[in-house]
Design a protein around this ligand. Structure first.
Ligand SMILES: [Zn+2]
Length: 84
């Protein structure tokens, strides 16, 4: 079975993380709430941020900044819908 290297992700990731993600709809893995990310609760927890569901308070995403990269954990979202 053949595979592509990580460079193949450049296109899809640029589609996901564009200028304004605040209008994207996220579905909470915990309670099922579907809301625009602008409604999420963002906590500055240096060196990163925790994004929590406005309905149940569970973690939707975390962002951790290291010296040379940004690590994003999105396991609290079961779906992310981006307006086209
Ligand atoms: Zn929730």
């Amino acid at each position: 079975m053949t595979h592509l290297d990580g460079n193949a992700l450049a296109g899809p990731l640029s589609e996901v993380f564009r200028d304004d993600m605040t209008t994207a709809l996220g579905r909470c893995a915990s309670c099922g709430d579907v809301s625009v990310l602008a409604e999420a609760l963002v906590y500055d927890a240096a060196p990163g941020w925790a994004v929590r569901c406005h309905a149940c308070g569970d973690v939707l995403m975390t962002f951790v900044r290291t010296l040379d990269r940004l690590r994003i954990d999105m396991r609290g979202l079961t779906a992310l819908e981006i307006p086209s």
